[in-house]
Write a protein that binds this ligand. Structure first.
Ligand SMILES: Nc1ncnc2c1ncn2[C@@H]1O[C@H](COP(=O)(O)OP(=O)(O)OP(=O)(O)O)[C@@H](O)[C@H]1O
Length: 290
């Protein structure tokens, strides 16, 4: 299976949300990284056939998804950034309702809903009204509805927003377990969501796809540019003014500062192993979400 994004641009009035994006996606998890407004949601909505590009096209196995139309939607599971729920529906009823919209036959829907409620650990809440659920539980309902039709292409836009760390880990495991024969696209600001499961990272900056590569390859580029240095708290301001500081850890009465720099920033500095948070800072610098 191959999803091919061909010279896709999207213009909203004078705003260029996406600028000539091209790439190919095959089975596996892809992580979309980008600062606010970089075009992640726009690209995902185009791939989910919710909006049309202003220019360019998307092909599934060589056929334009616009021509495939319902055939494309049949193989697609989409969790939008802001999912609309019917608050008075119970969890179970909501999922049956979505199953009906997706044209899933009744008996099949029962089997799928039961299984997915287990997968997202909401079996005990199946008779609770959606309006009464916590944010994290609602998000899990959203994940379940995206997977109802056993989709071959799964698009999830900031799916872990609102989930607690335990739920995030469970969600990651669920995605990586089903990704081997599917294309999974996931956008996030939280780099730890994709650190271990993404086959490739797609980095968007102001509508332009600036990188598409394996996380290890991107991290390799930071080798020799990440440092830690133990300093007195009074030294922090000077360091922050001079360098990109990606993290700080209190160590007794000192601070361990993590710095991105081409050269050794301080005689006391030691080289550190780059991580995805460093990478985020490296690409997004002034736009970085801290
Ligand atoms: N319907 C719209 N009308 C006008 N401008 C829009 C519309 N949708 C998005 N934009 C603009 O296009 C740009 C890209 O937005 P998009 O939502 O794709 O970014 P994003 O990377 O998903 O951001 P975030 O991380 O904040 O969700 C932004 O400048 C945004 O304001």
């Amino acid at each position: 299976m191959k999803l091919c994004i061909e010279r896709v641009s999207k213009q909203y009035g004078r705003k260029q949300a996406l600028d000539n994006v091209s790439c190919e996606l095959t089975e596996g998890v892809y992580g979309f990284l980008g600062a606010n407004g970089s075009g992640k949601t726009t690209l995902m909505r185009i791939l989910a056939a919710v909006v049309k590009p202003s220019a360019g096209r998307v092909l599934l196995d060589g056929v334009d998804i616009e021509l495939l139309n319902d055939q494309y939607r049949d193989v697609l599971g989409y969790l939008p950034q802001h999912m609309g729920y019917y608050k008075n529906f119970t969890v179970e009823k909501f999922l049956f309702y979505i199953a009906a919209l997706k044209g899933i036959e009744k008996n099949e829907a029962h089997v799928r809903v039961e299984k997915l409620l287990e997968d997202v650990q909401l079996t005990n809440e199946k008779r609770v009204k959606v309006g009464k659920l916590s944010g994290g539980m609602k998000q899990r309902v959203g994940i379940a509805q995206a997977l109802l039709n056993d989709p071959k292409i799964i698009i999830v836009d900031e799916p872990t927003a609102g989930l607690d760390p335990k739920e995030r880990i469970r969600f990651r495991n669920l995605l990586s377990a089903i990704a081997s024969d599917r294309i999974v696209l996931l956008s996030t600001h939280i780099v730890s969501d994709i650190e271990y499961i993404a086959k490739e990272l797609l980095i968007l900056k102001r509508g332009i796809l600036i990188e598409k590569a394996q996380p290890q390859l991107l991290l390799g580029r930071l080798q020799g540019k990440v440092w830690t240095v133990l300093v007195e708290p009074s030294e922090i301001n000077v360091l922050q003014a001079k360098y990109k500081v990606s993290n700080m850890n209190r160590k007794n009465d000192h601070l361990e500062v993590r710095i991105l720099s081409e050269n050794k920033p301080d005689p006391r500095a030691v080289e550190a192993i780059p991580n995805l948070e460093d990478l985020y800072l490296y690409y997004f610098d002034e736009e970085a979400v801290k």
